[in-house]
Write a protein that binds this ligand. Structure first.
Ligand code: NOJ
Length: 445
């Protein structure tokens, strides 16, 4: 397998997110975000870690982008920190925040790296959370204003935009499970947040396109390939429900199919948050859809799981190869998901905007021999090629992640980077997987 098998038009890249790498959490006028606050709560993050400094990318982006260039990486997906641009979420702009992203974008372009921007990767300004955050319908206006500012400020140089990153995760883990910021555990908060995120992903995309029709505007979704534990009908029904939650809840409304209420009866309670005309407003013809497949999940019937009567069998209980996140390593998952999503009528081109794995890396004699990650990437890319060869309109693949970084509630323990970061010295070391990706990208085109 080589790069040329994918053709000239395929977008290869790496992905990162602001809170996970930037550090400088209160530098140059940045306001507080819900993650700056959440990490300070007791018992929420592995070993009480936080990303106040993280990889210090805010001060080291120059060096990181040079390294990216040396690794022949042509596209770079990163997110903007809303509270770096608007310390209070709305109102006054922080000029130093704007300057920072201008420097990053300009350096990318100077180096021949195409910047791809995610508008929202989970770090809501704390000032907006104080007003209810995603549960407050006013987020529609706050978010449209924010995105329209971003497009007007950076859209002259950045062509590819993603509105949201994984709404299921920031609404589910943030407002229902309490595992992510802002740490709420209310089902109704989840429903409200989910509906507002659904409206925002479409409305902000609409705003972006109306400001500049030349832009390529998309949004990204978490996903997992779901299979039933047995062929018994109750497990199969469970798999349908788990699949509807993990893979359909946020994408179907944007494709104009509404919420998957038929398979998820609890979604009827969403009506409490819906206004007349919302259903039509949720749909938007995106220029592309980003999917972020990592693994496979096995579903089983479970009477005791509220709302669903369905549950996931932990990968740790299944005698399968695991990553440091305890996710199953199962390369065909990405193939099945590409096929699945491409089966929707009117599905726009698909980009794999994230894929990668965390393993226990060891830095020895200045090297990280992360064979498992290299295999993971190689095998997943091969599955992408298989899907593409069968006619799936997949146009890009981005590795999560460029450098090791702050993995949310899991802290710094899971290392996802193809570049190792020593968090004491901030030294970067290209891992074996990074060397492999670099030579793959350089292979005859
Ligand atoms: C999805 C998220 O977008 C990203 O922030 C996270 O670090 C990776 N997956 C790995 O869990």
């Amino acid at each position: 397998m080589q790069r040329s098998d994918f053709g000239d038009q395929f977008y290869w890249g790496v992905s990162t997110a602001a809170y996970q790498i930037e550090g400088a959490h209160a530098t140059d006028g940045k306001g507080s975000s819900i993650w700056d606050e959440f990490v300070r709560k007791k018992g929420k993050i592995y070993q009480g870690q936080h990303a106040d400094l993280s990889t210090d990318y805010y001060h080291r982006y120059h060096q990181d982008l040079l390294l990216m260039k040396m690794m022949h990486i042509p596209n770079y997906r990163f997110s903007l920190s809303w509270s770096r641009l608007f310390p209070n979420g709305t109102g006054t702009v922080n000029k130093k925040g704007v300057d920072f992203y201008n420097r990053v974008i300009d350096l990318c372009l100077e180096l021949g790296i195409e910047p791809w921007i995610t508008c929202y990767h989970w770090d809501l300004p704390a000032a907006l959370q104080a007003k209810g955050g995603w549960t407050n319908r006013s987020i529609l206006g706050w978010f449209e204003d924010y995105v329209s500012f971003c497009i007007q400020t950076f859209g002259d140089r950045v062509r590819h935009w993603m509105i949201l990153n994984e709404p299921l995760v920031f609404c589910g883990a943030g407002y229902f499970l309490g595992l992510h910021a802002p740490g709420e555990k209310k089902f109704n908060s989840f429903l409200a947040a989910a509906h507002h995120a659904t409206l925002c992903q479409a409305s902000a995309a609409r705003v972006a396109k109306s400001l500049n029709s030349q832009l390529q505007v998309g949004t990204t979704f978490s996903c997992a390939h779901v299979e039933p534990r047995t062929h018994r009908s109750r497990d199969r029904e469970a798999a349908v429900k788990i699949d509807a939650v993990l893979n359909r809840l946020f994408i179907e409304p944007v494709l104009g199919l509404g919420y998957p209420v038929k398979d998820l009866s609890f979604l009827r309670r969403m009506e409490a948050y819906m206004h007349a005309g919302d259903e039509a407003q949720m749909a938007f013809e995106m220029d592309f859809i980003g999917i972020q497949p990592y693994t496979r999940e096995i579903a089983r019937y479970d009477l005791f799981t509220p709302f669903l009567q369905a549950n996931i069998v932990k990968a740790t209980k299944r005698q399968v190869p695991l990553t440091a996140m305890h996710w199953e390593v199962y390369p065909p998952a990405i193939y099945h998901l590409l096929k699945k999503f491409s089966n929707y009528p009117n599905m726009p081109p698909i980009m794999v905007t994230e894929n990668g794995a965390a393993f226990e890396d060891v830095l020895e004699d200045g090297q990280v021999g992360d064979k498992l990650r290299r295999q993971y990437l190689e095998n997943h890319i091969a599955e992408v090629l298989k899907a593409k060869a069968e006619g799936v309109n997949v146009q890009g693949y981005f590795v999560w992640s460029f450098t090791d970084n702050f993995e949310w509630a899991e802290g710094y323990r899971p290392r996802f980077g193809i570049v190792h970061v020593d968090f004491t010295t901030q030294k970067r070391t290209v891992k074996q997987s990074g060397q492999w990706y670099a030579s793959f990208l350089q292979s005859c085109r």
